[in-house]
Design a protein around this ligand. Structure first.
Ligand SMILES: NC(=O)c1ccc[n+]([C@@H]2O[C@H](COP(=O)([O-])OP(=O)(O)OC[C@H]3O[C@@H](n4cnc5c(N)ncnc54)[C@H](O)[C@@H]3O)[C@@H](O)[C@H]2O)c1
Length: 244
């Protein structure tokens, strides 16, 4: 089969490890030039070396994506070096597990800041370019917790549900500009985030299969490529079960 992303420039957030890294590898294998963003400088550098093996242009920029000025500067740098942005893949996210009554507002705000506000910052930074191009593709990783709140993760679930609805609304808004916006809701995925989760046993018992990050990256490839031509404002649920 022909490579699916030849000639495309993709920004992938949270690309140092886990799902974001799997997505960066997948997109490069499919011929895309890839910009990898993450707050973890060392891991990002190591992952960049792996992504470069596919021979496309790869840039890794260490940045805290909650900082508005940094996000704007980063996207400016990308446009200067790559000429444009065709795909924005939002994978960066955090989870902090505890009952809501025990959660400080600082922690609540942090979860919202990373999982929702930083995605909005990324989207607002790339939208002017995509609107000018009359074409673009934005895809974000929400969670199964966006569809059915996960006990012990009220704030996380709320942040992901908000991301889901934002993506649907944005997809409808940007349809006249040729920009597609979709969201993926994975069940448990075998990454550091999941392995550290206190809810691991509960989720596995009730939630079905544990996915590999590569499987989620397959879903991302489908949504950002012509394989899903015309599909926008949609939710791709990737779970082995339909309840917790
Ligand atoms: N692992 C799962 O079971 C699972 C299930 C559903 C959804 N998700 C979602 O998938 C996405 C990827 O998760 P993962 O499992 O690969 O977790 P992970 O912790 O391995 O990766 C998340 C990445 O985001 C980066 N990041 C966090 N805050 C950042 C910031 N402020 N600026 C820049 N980068 C930042 C981290 O450094 C990390 O590399 C997350 O949004 C997560 O909520 C994960």
């Amino acid at each position: 089969m022909e490579k699916l992303l030849v000639g495309k420039t993709a920004i992938v957030t949270g690309a140092a490890r886990g799902i974001g890294k799997a997505v960066a590898l997948k997109f490069a294998r499919e011929g895309a030039d890839v910009v990898m963003l993450d707050i973890l400088e060392k891991e990002l550098k190591e992952s960049k070396a792996e992504v470069e093996a596919f021979g496309t242009k790869v840039e890794a920029i260490a940045a805290d994506l909650t900082v508005e000025g940094l996000v704007m500067d980063t996207v400016d740098t990308v446009v200067r070096k790559f000429g444009t942005v065709d795909i924005l893949m939002n994978c960066a996210g955090i989870s902090r597990e505890m009952p809501l009554n025990e959660m400080s507002m600082e922690t609540f705000d942090k979860i919202m800041e990373v999982n929702l506000r930083s995605v909005v910052l990324m989207i607002k930074a790339v939208l002017p370019i995509m609107i000018q191009n009359k074409c673009g593709n934005i895809c974000s990783i929400a969670s199964g917790a966006a569809l059915r709140g996960l006990p012990g993760s009220s704030a996380y679930s709320a942040s992901k549900a908000a991301l889901l609805c934002l993506s649907q609304a944005l997809g409808d808004e940007q349809r006249p500009n040729g920009i597609r916006v979709n969201v993926i809701c994975p069940g448990p995925v075998d990454t550091e985030m999941f392995q550290k989760s206190a809810a691991r046993e509960f989720i596995l018992k009730a939630g079905g299969d544990l996915f590999s990050p590569d499987t989620v990256a397959n879903g991302a490839l489908f949504l950002v490529s012509e394989l899903s031509q015309g599909v926008s404002s949609q939710v791709l649920t990737m779970r082995g079960f339909n309840r917790w």
